[in-house]
Design a protein around this ligand. Structure first.
Ligand code: NAI
Ligand SMILES: Nc1nc(O)c(N)c(N[C@@H]2O[C@H](COP(=O)(O)O)[C@@H](O)[C@H]2O)n1
Length: 264
């Protein structure tokens, strides 16, 4: 039976249309999951005021857009810094999605947390609470150390899981290959700064299929968690890291949402 739709968000069809071309297709051409980098920044490219502080940047319209993106991806990935700082829900609270008016867990992405040393208290996390209430899927942990037996058992009982992937730092190519083998065809990577800067680096930029960034009309100042990847150099010459093509700017409330695809 469908659960009540309290807290549910709406994102109208007219606002979905400009975003659709940047979403994963229903018939993927590769075994690598489709990767969308998506986050909210300030005008000075900050994700938050400091690493341990959750900072609301998105307005209501772009927040609803993020939940629309969540409904269109099979998984949603964050680093453990974000999991600990924010204790995020990482579910989709869009009206009509499973747990919010829809059947079962339809449209709910699986949360994935990259946590090499198993620092995150999964058992007491909001994600797990929502999974128990059938308002979200149970998380997957990506670790370099064995997951405690009790945690592994709880995750598996709720259809979550874990990937034990050797030494840290974990190679994103290896991680994505393993996610593909687990059946995930798309992953929405939300943050935080370490994760996004890593994927924007020359080493991994080719793994990214789509970039959707909410830009909020505010400055957070120095000391924030900044999106600013390492520069590329060739023969000692500094070069830009990368650029987007097929770019669209979509105003949503007081924010603007930038959509694009990495230029190869
Ligand atoms: N505005 C926005 O859209 C978002 C903001 N945030 C904010 O970002 C901040 C957290 O960012 P960070 O501190 O940079 O943490 P983070 O969430 O990027 O996690 C960093 C940690 O993840 C693990 N990790 C990441 N990549 C790894 C790899 N390849 N191999 C092994 N381990 C890896 C490491 O333990 C690393 O210390 C918080 O303040 C949070 O609120 C987070 C997500 C989105
Ligand atoms: N889109 C967006 N806008 C902001 O202003 C944000 N602070 C974030 N943060 C990300 O969303 C997660 C919180 O998700 P829940 O609402 O708890 O489901 C947070 O952990 C960041 O990944 N995103």
């Amino acid at each position: 039976m469908a659960l009540p739709t309290r807290d549910a968000l709406t994102f109208p069809d007219s606002q979905r249309q400009p975003i659709v071309p940047y979403l994963p297709s229903s018939s993927p051409s590769s075994s690598k999951p489709f990767v969308t980098l998506t986050f909210a920044t300030s005008l000075d490219s900050n994700l938050s005021l400091s690493p341990g502080v959750q900072t609301a940047l998105s307005g209501p319209e772009s927040k609803a857009m993020t939940h629309y993106l969540r409904s269109e991806h099979q998984s949603i990935l964050v680093g453990v810094g974000t999991a600990i700082a924010d204790n995020p829900s990482l579910n989709c609270r869009l009206e009509g999605v499973g747990g919010y008016g829809g059947e079962g867990l339809s449209g709910q992405p699986a949360p994935i947390v990259v946590d090499p040393r198993a620092r995150w208290d999964v058992q007491r996390s909001k994600c797990m609470k929502l999974a128990r209430e059938k308002r979200g899927r149970a998380p997957w942990l990506v670790t370099s150390t064995p997951v405690p037996h009790e945690t592994a058992h709880t995750l598996e009982t709720l259809n979550g899981g874990f990937l034990h992937l050797g030494e840290s730092p974990i190679d994103w190519r290896v991680l994505l290959r393993h996610l593909g083998m687990q059946g995930f065809r798309s992953v929405m990577i939300e943050g935080g700064g370490t994760v996004i800067n890593d994927l924007l680096s020359p080493q991994y930029f080719d793994l990214v299929d789509s970039v959707i960034v909410t830009i909020a009309p505010t400055w957070l100042g120095k000391g924030g968690v900044q999106i600013c990847p390492h520069q590329r150099t060739e023969n000692g010459v500094r070069l830009p890291v990368g650029r987007l093509k097929d770019v669209k700017w979509v105003p949503l409330g007081e924010d603007v949402v930038l959509c694009g695809r990495p230029e190869r």
